[in-house]
Design a protein. Sequence first.
Length: 138
Amino acid sequence: MTLRFEASCPDGLCPGWSVILKGEPPSDASKFEINFMCDGDGGIAFHFNPRFAESHIVCNSFTRSRWGQEERCSNFPFAAEEPFQIEIHSDNESFHVYIDEGKIMQYKHRVEDLKTITKVQVVNDVNISSLEITKKPF
Ligand code: GAL
């Protein structure tokens, strides 16, 4: 695993914060991940995982030391060396994902206590040009 970015927000990221990642997959990209994590217990509330070989975005949560049921999105707007922008924000019900400003999916919260989601990380095959975390009016 290659960590590209990690930030903690002790008061919680969900709901209220918007994460905007601008970047580009390298020419040999296989997969990358954006993880919204529960800092205390190593759980992942939302794992957003574009996989280039499958042309799918795999989403899941890792709680109580295991992966749950995958939610797969076949709308795959990524290509090697093509710049993209991903925006992820959440309300009380779901994470909402926009790519290049078009909504592609939402993911219903599985972690009950949203305040425990305090860390965001980006790993593996993506060259980040900027990552912005902003407070949204909520
Ligand atoms: C596994 C993979 C994990 C994660 C998970 C999502 O097969 O090893 O990194 O992507 O799927 O369900």
